[in-house]
Design a protein around this ligand. Structure first.
Ligand code: ADP
Length: 419
């Protein structure tokens, strides 16, 4: 917190330069840890670079404001922002550096010191980034990394009374536990949790354009994405063609080793995650759903599950209600705009939603009907650093990115000077 804002900005920019210079190396480490396709890992690193640059600029824009206290200039009153203190950053395994960047850049911009707890499955890229952070000029002791499991290292951090803030990305269940564990010193908490994001395809949608986008919305990173568009609803006039298009898309995806340049879909993170996903597939079948493609583990070494599409599902089925965090999509019919709130806002989550229509009026009305932190129209998953990312309802507390993302690491102090 003692480093002047201008210098903090220079250091953040230096981090971005080093991440860019080492992007291929960092991407490779990420793939070795996580299994995601190398092109995806490399693409996410461009986002990390961008994030450090966005927040580098924010360091010198931490402005306060003054208040007019009335007569005779008797008071000088103003509010300033100060770093919240020590921030614990608890990061998941599905996009380790991307998620860390969303937290570390604003935390350092705000003047916080941090303790990072990477996911136990994917610690290596964080350790390498921490070396680059030192090289960029961050004073020793400002960025600390503690590896270990969630119940051991993560819980110790979250319970610690000298930690002033926790920023967590992960599952709803662990998020709830973090809220409870933070109660001891009422540390500040921001949470980016899960989703069961709906995608609505209207009859008038451009089908050829929609199919690959809807497909990528669920199958990218093998569905291990918090905002994955995992339940698709299509109007009756388009539903059959959409299913046919999605099946063809899914069958055409190259599943394989993340380090092979042509791979589009890597393995799941672990044997446990694969078992969990296959258990959901079994429950979908048992409850009467029909698998139109995929539904099985692929052969070879690694925890692969084929891109899977279900039809014949109902709203009360587990695979329609619960976050699977795997490459499993359900496609169901829907009537029209008036059904959007009932279908789209069902369940505890409110992270993302997708809409495909050529009708601007329908799009605008639909956007307003959905309780979701991010709504994509004729696209899916696009994000910009300057806009808040986060969820309604039980998809989280607070937002990352944009001014809101910086605010999450700041306390506000109002000062009244009687002259
Ligand atoms: P996922 O279900 O995607 O594995 P988790 O929510 O389990 O996500 O994990 C996200 C992060 O939270 C990981 O770094 C994990 O180690 C950590 N974590 C898990 N359990 C706890 C806990 N009880 N306290 C603090 N951190 C935890």
């Amino acid at each position: 917190r003692g480093t002047p804002a201008k210098r903090r900005g220079e250091i953040l920019w230096a981090i971005s330069d080093l991440v860019l210079a080492h992007a291929d190396e960092l991407a490779r480490i990420e793939v070795l840890d996580n299994g995601m396709p190398i092109a995806m890992a490399r693409g996410l690193l461009d986002g990390v670079v961008e994030g450090f640059r966005y927040f580098a600029g924010a360091c010198t824009r931490l402005h306060g404001r003054t208040a007019d206290m009335g007569e005779d200039l008797e008071y000088h009153a103003f509010a300033v922002s100060e770093p919240v203190g020590v921030a614990g950053l608890v990061v998941p395994w599905n996009g380790p550096l991307a998620s860390l960047g969303n937290k570390l850049a604003p935390a350092l911009a705000a003047g916080c010191s941090v303790v990072v707890k990477p996911a136990e499955q994917t610690s290596l890229s964080t350790l390498r980034l921490a070396e680059l952070v030192l090289e960029a000029g961050v004073p020793p002791g400002v960025v600390n990394v503690v590896t270990g499991t969630g119940p051991a290292a993560g819980a110790a951090l979250v319970h610690h009374d000298d930690v002033d803030k926790i920023s967590f990305t992960g599952s709803l269940e662990v998020g709830r536990g973090i809220v409870a564990a933070s109660a001891g010193n009422l540390k500040r908490v921001t949470l980016e949790l899960g989703g069961k994001s709906p995608v609505f395809v209207f009859d008038d949608a451009d089908l050829d354009a929609a199919v690959p986008v809807v497909g990528a919305g669920i199958f990218a990173n093998s569905g291990q994405v918090c905002f994955a568009g995992s339940r698709v609803y299509a109007q009756p006039g388009i539903v059959d063609d959409l299913v046919a298009g999605l099946v063809e898309h899914a069958k055409g995806l190259r599943v394989g080793n993340g380090l092979d340049a042509g791979t589009q879909i890597g393995p799941l993170i672990s044997e446990r995650q694969r078992a969990r996903v296959l258990d959901y597939v079994a429950s979908g079948l048992a409850e009467g759903g029909e698998v139109v493609t995929g539904g099985v583990a692929s052969g070879g070494v690694g925890y692969f599950v084929e891109p899977t599409i279900f039809t014949g599902t109902r709203a009360d089925m587990r695979i329609v209600r619960e976050e699977i965090f795997g490459p499993v999509l359900t496609v169901m019919p829907f009537g029209g705009l008036d059904e959007l709130p009932g279908i789209g806002n069902a369940g505890p989550y409110g992270l993302g939603a997708g809409l495909f229509t050529r009708d601007l009026g329908v799009a605008h009305r639909a956007v307003r009907l959905l309780d979701a932190g991010n709504v994509w129209v004729n696209c899916y998953g696009r994000r910009d650093r300057s806009l808040p990312f986060g969820g309604f309802k039980q998809s989280g507390w607070g937002r990352e990115n944009g001014p809101e993302g910086l605010d999450a690491y700041l306390e506000k102090k109002s000062v009244y000077l009687h002259l």
